[in-house]
Design a protein around this ligand. Structure first.
Ligand code: ADP
Length: 897
């Protein structure tokens, strides 16, 4: 075997022959004209008789079929010699594929046994010594036996043509193959479109098979299999199988590409639209502000802790917001809504631990006395703590009572609520229900309404910033209801532990959990609280304070508080005890301490002003000879604005020129030496102006026919004067004035009958009644009055009038009267007694059955007042009527005249 044995080089697998026209130094064989390779005419197979021996050219990575015309690159010396030798002879060679394309100098056992006999059509010699050979495949051959291996392989071969087959099956398979191939041409880039037409027009099935097989980019083994398969149907089946697989792959690829393209173009479209939108917004002056706003909202949303439901809603609204121009009214609606979602305390709680002893300390710190109330609050807190510690909090069906603090204004209801919050380590929030008539105020308006807002419950929680605050429902007695719905039904839902887990505000429209909120209610009176609400409440009564209690509250709490609030220090102002008493007596008339606090605030403010004015003037004041004069002038020319404090002056020789702060006690107030301004009684008068209340008792009860009664009102107990007058008339008549309610009117009737029945005992001329019109008037007419408790008072006024005996001026009374003259018990004794004391009354007549209520009274009241229990009206007359001063009839006649 020669060392020159070389393999034939593969041609590129492309069948497109034109691509192989590349040789520069062209040397065609003289025998044949040089046809264009692509236009080689198919050779008549019959002409090609296959000789018995043929030189074998092993092909690397290529299978050549009969009918195929294609160029081959031949580079190896062994193969070049083979081609050269063949060119000199019959130009025929055997083209057989190598088993392993990577092997060089393939030996007989490394090439396939079935191949194709081919004729060399044309030859180009390349400068590097290699050849470009145009080949025409002729017929299938089988290698029977190698007869030499040097200088190249030569073998004995036999022609091995494919058997003819015109069966229906082959026809069907063939059509199938044509269709599949046409489809493939449509999809595969590497198949030129003309091929589809060529294939369609081919009549010879074998030619068709080989052309298709040659065109496809398929596995070499498969190509060889097509060649070797001995039946046309087998070949076609194989091809169909390969092609349908190929189609699937291509189709899938196309779809993937399509999708990718679609996504690409969608993203592109959106990008373009967004850019356009931005341009439009810029034109409209909206520019990037909107985006900045959205980004800011999104950032806040990320940070906020929302319930999952709220988060979903917020995200949805946010993406809506993005699409709505800022100028649109809807934009701000959505924006407000998202803001609310973000700012609500969905998951934020303060969750402080309840410490009962600490709570006691806090309550004592904030409030004077109120022992019973504090005890009850501590019990309440202890139970809460116990339940919490034992994990039985908020058990379904387990209703906690709603604490309701009831009492006149200014008795500390709100501040108790604040203390409870402090004791529980919770935030405090309140909602005033006074005058709320519309359910939507509590529950909000649906967002579809313009200007819709969340209800007051949700707003209060937003203010609180936590979901477990102490929530005060203020003035729950003033909730109204009308055609706009019943707010109390919304309140019931809020307070019901079974429902308030999922409280739904109309505006919010997502449930908010209220189960951790501690509700406390306040009211002035129980009478007007809707019964279902009242049913849920545990009532704690705060009737009001006595003068001494007010004094204590003022000194310990209100003065320090107001001093601080007005920027003063302890060293700068002292309000004398007598001065506070004066404020209580002459400048307030209330059950609570609200006005008192206001008056103290006013004192502090005025002192603060004086101090700062004096400090500003102090430079001048210290100039010798000037200061005294200027102050003196001040005081003399502006009496109304007389200074209440004076700066110390070393030169002051005549203190008489300087008006002191009060009645002399702590007059001079040197800021420089930090001696406090002392506010005494005189200073109070000067600073607060004229007394606002005085004891009118003596003036009012100066004649027969007037009596002082005690009444209960939502703002505390008070006194009223009942006046009676008689005018002569033909028949008996009773006139009632002063906005009296029905019950009170009936009570007046009963009082009249009762007195009349006892005329003889009182020494009243029985005939007098027939000739009189009796007029009973209860002044302060703008205040509606009702209830039976003025019965005895009216009877006393009538008796006084008819007997001409005046009523004792220092005395007041309460009690219901029966026709037979019995005195029946009434309510509100504690408030009434406080009111009486406040008004300067020191003797009270009250129904005997109410005696037990006196146990609750503050000791101060019991010490200063005299309580006379009565069971019969006669006892009242005996106690209250003074001896006769004038002739009764004359007196009354004179009044009426
Ligand atoms: P209400 O809610 O009952 O109308 P507030 O709670 O507003 O009354 O009380 C008015 C003022 O009186 C508050 O400054 C409160 O601190 C003060 N106050 C009321 N009662 C007391 C008390 N017992 N001790 C200390 N301060 C009190």
């Amino acid at each position: 075997m020669s060392e020159h044995d070389k393999d034939a080089q593969d041609s590129p697998p492309e069948t497109n022959a034109r691509e192989s026209q590349e040789g520069e130094a062209v040397e065609t064989t003289p025998a044949t004209p040089a046809p264009v390779i692509g236009e080689i005419e198919p050779v008549e197979m019959a002409q090609a008789a296959i000789p018995e021996t043929l030189p074998v050219l092993p092909l690397r990575g290529l299978v050549v079929y009969p009918y195929a015309a294609l160029p081959l690159m031949v580079g190896q010396a062994r193969s070049v010699q083979l081609v050269d030798d063949a060119m000199r002879g019959n130009r025929l060679v055997a083209l057989v594929a190598q088993i392993d394309p990577s092997v060089e100098n393939a030996q007989p056992d490394q090439v396939r046994r079935i191949g194709t006999a081919a004729r060399i059509l044309q030859l180009l010699r390349r400068p590097d010594g290699g050849l470009m050979v145009a080949m025409q495949g002729l017929e299938r051959i089988r290698i029977d036996e190698y007869i030499s291996e040097s200088p190249y392989l030569t073998a004995r071969v036999s022609s091995y043509p494919d058997p003819e087959d015109t069966s229906l099956e082959v026809e069907a398979l063939r059509r199938n193959a044509v269709a599949a191939f046409q489809q493939l041409v449509g999809l595969a880039q590497y198949l030129p479109e003309e091929l589809a037409t060529v294939v369609m027009n081919l009549e010879d099935t074998r030619q068709l098979i080989y052309l298709i097989a040659q065109s496809l980019q398929i596995d070499l083994d498969v190509k060889q299999e097509v060649l070797e398969n001995d039946s046309l149907s087998g070949k076609l089946r194989k091809l169909n199988e390969v092609m349908s697989h190929e189609l699937e792959v291509l189709e899938l690829g196309r779809r993937i590409q399509g999708q990718a393209q679609e996504e690409m173009s969608k993203a592109q479209r959106e990008y373009i639209l967004r850019e356009q939108l931005k341009a439009i917004q810029r034109e409209l002056g909206e520019s990037d502000d909107q985006q900045a706003e959205i980004n800011e909202l999104r950032e806040r949303l990320e940070k906020a802790k929302l319930s999952p439901e709220a988060r979903k809603e917020a995200d949805r609204e946010l993406s809506r917001l993005e699409r709505i121009p800022t100028a649109s009214p809807e934009h701000s609606v959505i924006r407000t809504y998202i803001d609310l979602l973000i700012s609500l305390p969905w998951m934020t709680s303060s969750g402080g631990e309840i410490d009962v002893p600490a709570a006691r300390r806090i309550l004592d710190e904030d409030h004077y006395d109120l022992e019973k109330i504090k005890d009850r609050i501590l019990e309440y807190l202890a139970v809460r703590k116990m339940k919490h510690d034992r994990g039985i909090e908020g058990v379904a069906g387990e209703r906690e009572p709603l604490l309701c603090l009831v009492g006149p204004p200014g008795v500390g209801k709100t501040s108790l609520g604040q203390s409870i919050a402090r004791a529980m380590g919770r935030k405090f929030t309140r909602l005033s229900l006074g005058g709320v008539r519309d359910e939507a105020e509590v529950r909000g308006h649906r967002r579809t309404y313009i200007g819709a807002m969340p209800g007051s419950i949700i707003q209060a929680l937003r203010r609180a910033g936590t979901n477990d605050p102490v929530f005060m429902l203020d003035e729950i007695d003033k909730v109204g209801s009308d055609w706009r719905g019943d707010p109390s039904s919304a309140l019931l839902e809020v307070l019901d532990p079974e429902q308030n887990r999922e409280f739904r505000d109309n505006y919010l429209d997502i449930p908010f959990d209220l189960s951790r909120v501690t509700f406390i209610a306040t009211a002035n009176t129980l009478d007007t609280i809707p019964p279902p609400l009242l049913d849920r409440m545990e009532v704690l009564q705060l009737p009001g304070y006595t003068e001494d209690e007010k004094l204590m509250i003022a000194t310990r709490y209100l003065v320090p508080k107001q001093r601080e609030a007005n920027g003063l220090t302890e060293g700068e102002i002292t309000i004398e005890e007598r001065a506070i008493r004066e404020v209580v007596r002459a400048y307030t008339r209330e059950a609570g301490v609200r006005t008192l606090e206001r008056q103290i605030a006013s004192l502090c403010r005025k002192v603060a002003r004086e101090i700062s004015e004096r400090t500003a003037d102090s430079g001048a004041a210290h100039r010798p000879n000037e200061s005294d004069e200027s102050i003196a002038k001040d005081t003399s020319t502006h009496e109304a604005q007389a200074p209440i404090l004076e700066l110390p002056s070393a030169n002051s020789t005549d203190p008489g020129e300087i008006e002191p702060v009060g009645d002399g006690a702590g007059a001079a107030t040197p800021v420089a030496t930090a001696r406090p301004v002392i506010v005494d009684v005189a200073a109070v008068h000067r600073l607060l102006g004229r007394e606002q209340y005085h004891n009118e008792q003596a003036e009012r009860i100066d004649r027969p026919g007037v009596a002082t009664g005690l009444v209960w009102t939502p703002v505390g107990g008070d006194i009223v004067f009942v006046e009676a007058a008689r005018t002569p008339s033909k028949e008996e008549r009773l006139v009632l004035t002063g906005q009296l309610g029905d019950v009170m009117k009936e009570s007046a009737q009963a009082a009249l009958t009762c007195v009349r029945a006892g005329s003889s005992r009182l020494g009243i001329d029985p005939d007098l009644w027939d000739r009189s019109t009796l007029h009973i008037h209860v002044p302060a007419g703008a205040v509606p009055k009702d209830g039976p408790s003025a019965g005895v008072t009216m009877a006393l006024a009538i008796a006084s009038l008819m007997t001409g005996r005046p009523v004792r001026a220092d005395l007041a009374l309460t009690g219901e009267i029966t026709l037979r003259g019995k005195v029946l018990p009434v309510g509100g004794i504690k408030e009434k007694m406080l009111g009486a004391h406040r008004a300067g009354i020191r003797t009270v007549l009250l129904p005997r059955q109410n005696e037990k209520d006196l146990d609750d009274l503050p000791s101060e009241l019991r010490a200063e007042m005299r309580f006379i229990p009565v069971g019969e009206i006669q006892e009242v007359f005996d106690e209250a009527l003074l001896p006769l001063v004038t002739e009764p009839v004359l007196e009354t006649e004179r009044i009426s005249a």
